[in-house]
Write a protein that binds this ligand. Structure first.
Ligand code: HEM
Length: 443
């Protein structure tokens, strides 16, 4: 078998770099080995690929020639085995179809005002000349939005508690060191609530209980009139006429709650950083916003080309996920002059493609104009992945980023505490700005 170059470092050294310096890990290997390389010697090669044509082959054939989804130990502990992320084949297709409508068309548009009023309310409490933790504020907004989409509620004790618990559950990822637990399953032992993993499991149990209680109450009260996702899923039946079980419902809901706010909060935190790190970007955005009149519809703001370019560039320069989910080959494949056997694992490397100098000259420079000057193919720019697993929250996330940025910039003036560039750090399976990143509300 003719395989691409294989990384020669010992496994532990590779993992150390992947955990603590994920961007350097990818970049260094790209510089050394080019746009396709294999991580480590094993029976089932793990291939990082950043060649757009190669990625196009994988993503357009992922339904027929690849297995997608499937559990990683950590993610299934986080989300449950019935999460959309782990479903395969027909069941995956069916459940995606079921979950798509709330994130598209008219239903999606109906969230615009909600996003505006939540961001307005959350940022209104910031105090002039005081610094605030940007991620905390962005996460408060995105969590409130997704809770409303999923449960249709924004008030009440259970909602409040769920919000608090989700926030402290995900603060587990604040420490890049906790990522060690993700990569080394044997370290995931419950040594009690004072250890990070013990606490993680305890909060998970509490969240589970709250979600199951909500499901039970709705079943008992036969409350099926809302347009929220829980109602939709409770009314859905499979082809034998069977509804989703409580466990299936729980796993889908928690998937949406987590995938639906962590990612967007990171993207928004980056966007605020870049806009203020590059004063000309801030000036241009403010100029475009100042041309709007008071009656401009939020949905028209979402269409502003420069705002769109700023959001795209934010997700280009630091995509929240460095690679798409893995695709596992099911049939022999010849790709880029190499032969791969079934079982080979492919990780299309979003970050590396987004930094190819032949596609994005001066790729480390934040320059939204590149998205106004030319179009990029879905294999040159794909922060939301592609093929059969493309992010189902893509449209919601894009709309949310734009409305939140508009709300904040049109009402407030922010500044960075220093002109030092911010470095991306690992946050669980994603990369994000450091969790202690602060900005100052100025007048
Ligand atoms: C800026 C925000 C976001 C980014 C960058 C992002 C990125 C991604 C990426 C890269 C994937 C993997 C796609 C693949 O492997 O081809 C994905 C999948 C997914 N995302 Fe997102 N996402 C974001 C927001 C959201 C939101 C708001 C939701 C929910 C409301 C969501 C729900 C999901 C789900 C359920 C999947 C799994 C789809 C499947 O397995 O079929 N994401 N996302």
């Amino acid at each position: 078998m003719n395989l691409p170059p294989t990384l020669s470092q010992p496994r532990l050294l590779r993992l150390f770099k992947l955990i603590f310096y994920p961007l350097d890990y990818l970049e260094d290997n790209y510089q050394r080995y080019g746009d396709i390389f294999v991580a480590g010697k094993s029976e089932t090669p793990f291939v990082y690929i950043s060649n757009p044509q190669g990625i196009q082959t994988i993503l357009t054939r992922d339904k027929t020639d690849f297995k997608t989804g499937g559990g990683s130990g950590f993610l299934s502990t986080l989300l449950g085995d019935n999460s959309l992320l782990f479903l395969q084949g027909e069941r995956h297709r069916r459940e995606r179809k079921l979950l798509m409508p709330p994130f598209h068309g008219e239903r999606l548009k109906s969230y615009a005002n909600l996003i505006y009023s939540i961001s307005d309310k959350v940022t209104d409490k910031l105090q002039i000349n005081r610094s605030f933790n940007v991620r905390d504020i962005m996460q408060e907004i995105t969590l409130k939005v997704i809770l409303k989409a999923v449960f249709g509620i924004t008030e009440g004790e259970r909602y409040q508690r769920l919000q608090e618990l989700l926030k402290s559950w995900l603060s587990f990822f604040d420490s890049p060191a906790n990522a060690i637990l993700i990569f080394f399953p044997w370290l995931r032992k419950n040594w009690g609530n004072w250890t990070p993993w013990g606490r993680f499991l305890q909060i998970k149990a509490e969240i589970q209980e709250l979600i199951y209680t909500e499901i039970r109450e709705r079943r008992e009260q036969k409350k099926y009139e809302g347009t929220d996702i829980l109602t939709l899923l409770m009314l859905a039946k499979d082809e034998e006429g069977k509804p989703l079980s409580d466990q299936e419902l729980h796993d889908e809901l928690i998937t949406l709650l987590i995938a639906g706010h962590e990612t967007t909060a990171s993207a928004l935190t980056w966007a605020l950083y870049w806009i203020h790190f590059c004063p000309d970007v801030e000036d241009k955005l403010r100029f475009h916003f100042s041309n709007l009149n008071n009656n401009t519809d939020l949905l028209d703001i979402v269409k502003l080309p420069y705002l769109d370019a700023v959001c795209k560039e934010t997700l280009r320069i630091y995509p929240v996920l460095l690679t798409t989910f893995i695709r596992v080959l099911q049939t022999p494949l010849e790709l880029m002059g190499y032969q791969f056997k079934p079982g080979t694992v492919f990780a299309p490397a979003i970050y590396l493609v987004h930094h190819r100098e032949d596609i994005y000259p001066n790729s480390q420079q934040f320059r939204p104009e590149r998205f106004l000057e030319r179009n990029f193919s879905p294999y040159e720019y794909f922060p939301f992945g592609g093929g059969s697993r493309r992010c189902i929250g893509m449209e919601l996330a894009k709309m949310e980023m734009k409305i939140v940025l508009y709300t904040i910039l049109s009402k407030h003036k922010l500044k960075l505490p220093s002109s030092r560039p911010l470095k991306a750090v690992r946050r669980g399976l994603t990369v994000a700005p450091p969790s202690n990143f602060k900005m100052i509300l100025s007048n």
